[in-house]
Design a protein around this ligand. Sequence first.
Ligand SMILES: [Fe+2]
Length: 182
Amino acid sequence: MTQAEWARDLARQLLEKPLPRRWAHTQGVAARAASLAPILGDDADTLTAAAYLHDIGYSPELVDTGFHPLDGARYLRDVAQADETLYRLVAHHSCAVNEATERGLFDDLSKEFVPERPDLMDALTYCDMTTGPDGRHLNVAERLAEIHSRYGPEHLVSRSITASTPCILAAVRAVQAALEQH
Ligand SMILES: [Fe+2]
């Protein structure tokens, strides 16, 4: 069984029934990850696994702090005994450090989870930020606008996305440049 297959089964078990739309998004993000094989080589399986797992922290089965990157990463580390690369990617996906700061969880996130290799972090952020909530492909501007309109201007997630926007755009640009070079 590949890492991606293992991750897909775990994510399906945690998301499909309680959160079908989140599961649709997850499958779209995983498909984007698999499509980066030309630039990721052997790391494509790991990235696809991380894509399947990136939002499991929303599953009612494992919500704890309510900050899904941290809840998901802790579950992967402590319960699922996942590979370290996977939980580090999940902990920091899509520039999560900004939302951690908004939630007063910066120390928890950064002390427990060291960020992964920048190219893998950028790739996961790219996949998440170019996939809509129903799993369809969006460009990054559409995706950012979609998040703002879904949460509304006062919401903590909207403020966090505003703070994360330079980081998200840099990640998307880095992956696009790698794809163009290829
Ligand atoms: Fe997420």
